[in-house]
Write a protein that binds this ligand. Structure first.
Ligand SMILES: Cc1cc2nc3c(=O)[nH]c(=O)nc-3n(C[C@H](O)[C@H](O)[C@H](O)COP(=O)(O)OP(=O)(O)OC[C@H]3O[C@@H](n4cnc5c(N)ncnc54)[C@H](O)[C@@H]3O)c2cc1C
Length: 430
């Protein structure tokens, strides 16, 4: 069997794996990085040019994530197809409580952005083309043997099994991570008994760069401003939480029927829903691990924590974790230590833990508190929303969560031949 030596093996080249590879290429360019990805997606095999479509999935990027992409030199390109969120409006259907956040109150241009996943992937691949990161795709990680002295990974590429050896393996194979199970990490999965229905919608009124988080008796929904060519200002990305029965009902309806049902649930803040695109749906669960590291191996992205999407926190949390890991890898590499040492990976866990626990609590409690229709809970919810709107400290805390700027900031070196900035420490948020 062929054997290839490298320093770091990343299993999975999705948003998390590809971003980690790029960050390492910027921050620790002498580290040899190999990404193994099942799909034939790689910097050498770029998909056809970006064509935004009506069924494209999108991600809400918090302000903190924009700062990270800025530091990686990716933001100027990424921002070409990212719609700013200047206002967030949180409300409860049929009740009076509501809270509003405005970017200007935090002295910023936006609270966050909405970007097409496909566009983000393309920008990452283009940026990776100019780096030394090695890409093995289509190829699959079959088996792994991590330990203090290094890691041995078996992959299958073009029908042939091969061995990769390195100091460390990062598992970035997504929420249903088969590799995490294979490695025996202790995982907790709690099913919400709900599904997220995702679609792009067009409305008669402009979104005015407002993200709506609306809690209804059948579950929360989010409408995020998501501009598309030809319909600037009138397209939003919908994330609608529904139980199995309600989902089946909606899927059985015509597009017109779906718009009507959405109108009933959401109301008229965006005028009339005139069009709904292709609908995708996903069962919702909260998946966490007790500890995301062992000697020679670390979990990142959805493999480490998969959250409910309505609060738009999953990838933002993943990004902050990735930068913390990069910081630890850089420190170890500069000190001539192995990046797979448990003390190096343990420092990543220690620095990321508070952020991930807080973010999991935040998005989980949004669902538990706002997903209930009991009158007493609804009244408390109204009080909470009104309180959030009126108490500056509470509102600032909520804004920090939404903007992804509440936790510890990893210190990245300003790789700054091109004048890029490092992720700032102690970013002020008003
Ligand atoms: C409906 C929905 C809406 C969301 N909206 C938001 C949002 O608005 N904001 C936000 O921050 N987050 C959001 N998220 C979360 C966000 O999408 C995820 O955090 C992000 O996609 C995670 O990326 P990942 O790279 O960890 O996993 P994935 O994107 O699943 O990538 C895993 C990769 O690993 C590869 N792979 C798997 N097994 C192997 C193997 N054995 N060998 C090699 N490669 C392998 C796969 O091919 C894939 O490319 C949302 C999630 C969902 C489900």
């Amino acid at each position: 069997m062929d054997r290839t030596d490298t320093d770091l093996i990343i299993a999975g080249g999705g948003l998390a794996g590809a971003t980690l590879a790029l960050a390492l290429a910027r921050e620790v360019p002498t580290l040899r990085v190999t990404v193994v990805e099942t799909f034939p997606l790689s910097p050498e095999a770029l998909p056809a040019d970006y064509q935004p479509s009506y069924d494209a999935r999108s991600t809400a990027l918090a302000w903190g994530s924009r700062l990270i992409f800025d530091a990686l030199g990716l933001w100027p390109e990424l921002s070409r197809h990212a719609t700013p969120i200047r206002h967030i409006h949180v409300s409860d259907r049929g009740r009076f409580g509501a809270t509003r956040l405005h970017a200007r109150d935090h002295h910023q241009d936006a609270l966050g952005y909405v970007a097409d996943n496909r566009w983000m992937g393309l920008c990452l691949m283009r940026a990776l083309q100019d780096t030394s990161v090695r890409w093995r795709a289509p190829a699959e990680v079959l088996d792994m043997m991590p330990g203090e002295s290094g890691v041995e990974v078996t992959i299958r590429e073009q029908g042939e099994q091969q061995i990769l050896t390195g100091q460390c393996l990062v598992v970035a194979d997504g929420g249903r991570s088969g590799l995490r199970e294979k490695l025996g990490f202790v995982t907790h999965t709690e099913r919400y008994g709900q599904n997220a229905l995702i679609a792009n919608v067009t409305t008669s009124e402009s979104h005015r760069f407002t993200a709506y988080e609306r809690f209804t008796d059948s579950g929360p929904m989010a409408l995020l401003p998501h501009d598309a060519p030809g319909e600037p200002g009138h397209q939003s990305a919908l994330v609608w939480t529904l139980n199995d029965e309600a989902l089946a009902e909606i899927l059985a309806l015509s597009d017109e029927g779906r718009c009507q049902r959405l109108q009933d649930r959401f109301g008229w803040r965006l005028g009339r829903f005139t069009r709904i695109g292709e609908c995708h749906h996903y069962p919702l669960a909260l998946t966490t691990v007790d500890a995301p590291v062992r000697s020679g191996v670390a979990l990142v992205g959805n493999a480490a924590h998969a959250l409910h999407p309505v609060a738009g926190q999953g990838f933002n949390l993943a990004l902050r974790g990735l930068m913390t890991l990069v910081e630890q890898f850089r420190n170890a590499h500069e000190q001539g230590r192995s990046i797979g040492e448990l003390s190096v990976l343990g420092a990543y866990e220690q620095h990321h833990r508070q952020d991930w626990q807080q973010t999991v609590r935040f998005s989980d409690s949004l669902i538990r508190v706002f997903g209930q229709s009991l009158p007493v809970v609804a009244a408390a919810r109204d009080a909470g929303l009104v309180g959030l709107d009126m108490i500056p400290g509470a509102k600032r805390w909520f804004a920090r969560q939404a903007m992804g700027t509440g936790g510890r900031k990893p210190v990245l070196s300003s790789s700054n031949r091109s004048g890029r900035k490092a992720v700032p420490n102690g970013q002020q948020n008003g």
